[in-house]
Design a protein around this ligand. Structure first.
Ligand code: C2R
Length: 184
C-alpha cells in the first residue's frame, strides 16, 4: 500500500539534526526551501542557516570543521553566482556535501552550476540541477544516503516514487483524452 510521506511517522525520534542545509545568502532561501520541505515531509531532523564562504568565512570554517562532531550525516549547500560554498565546505569535512546551484540574475545559474561542478580531483562535491529541481533532488538524495542505515526510510522513499509515477500516468491519461477529442 502506498503511504503519503507527509503522514508517515517520524522514523527517527532523535532531535539532533542529521541534515544541515546551508546557503550563501538569505536570498537563496526561495530555492533551498524546497530541500527543507523534503526534510519536513519525511520528518528528518534538520537545521537550516545562512553561511557564506565569501561573506562569513570564519563561520563557514567553524561550521564545516564541527559538522562531523555534531553528528551531521549530510550537508546540502546552495549558492549562486561565484558559488564557492559547497566546495569550500567539502574541503573541510568528509561528510557528503550536496551542492545546489542557485539561479543567478546575470547568468541564470550557469555560473553557479559551473562553480560547483568543476571541483578538482580529490575533493568530491555532488552537484544537482539549477534551482528548484536541484534543491528537491538534493533533499531526496540526502534521504537516500540516510536510508542506507534506515530500512523504513528506504520504503518511504519508494512510496514517494510510486506517487510520482502515478502522477505521471494520470498526466498521460489527460493528454490521451485531449488527443482523442482533437481526433474526433
Ligand atoms: P545576495 O542576494 O545576498 O546579494 O547574494 C549567494 O548564494 C547568492 O546567490 C547573491 C548571491 O551570492 C551568493 N553567495 C555565494 C557565497 N556567498 C554568497 N555564492 C559563497 O560563499 O559561495
Amino acid at each position: 500500500m502506498m503511504t503519503n510521506p507527509k503522514n508517515a511517522k517520524n522514523t527517527n525520534k532523535q532531535k539532533k539534526a542529521l541534515v544541515s542545509i546551508v546557503m550563501g545568502s538569505q536570498s537563496d532561501y526561495e530555492t533551498l526551501k524546497h530541500s527543507e520541505q523534503i526534510m519536513i515531509d519525511f520528518s528528518i531532523p534538520y537545521e537550516i542557516q545562512v553561511v557564506s564562504a565569501h561573506r562569513t568565512p570564519t563561520l563557514m570554517y567553524k561550521f564545516a570543521q564541527e559538522a562531523m562532531k555534531r553528528g551531521l550525516k549530510v550537508i546540502i549547500a546552495g549558492a549562486g553566482g561565484s558559488a564557492h560554498l559547497p566546495g569550500m565546505i567539502s574541503s573541510l569535512t568528509t561528510i557528503p556535501v550536496l551542492g545546489v546551484p542557485v539561479e543567478s540574475k546575470g547568468l541564470k545559474g550557469l555560473d553557479s552550476l559551473l562553480s560547483i561542478v568543476q571541483m578538482p580531483a580529490g575533493i568530491p562535491t555532488a552537484c544537482f540541477a539549477i534551482g528548484k529541481a536541484g534543491a528537491i533532488n538534493a533533499g531526496l538524495f540526502a534521504l537516500e544516503i540516510l536510508s542506507l542505515q534506515d530500512k523504513l526510510l528506504a520504503k518511504r522513499i519508494e512510496a514517494y516514487r510510486c506517487q510520482n509515477s502515478k502522477k505521471a500516468q494520470d498526466g498521460n491519461k489527460v493528454v490521451q483524452t485531449r488527443l482523442r477529442e482533437k481526433q474526433k
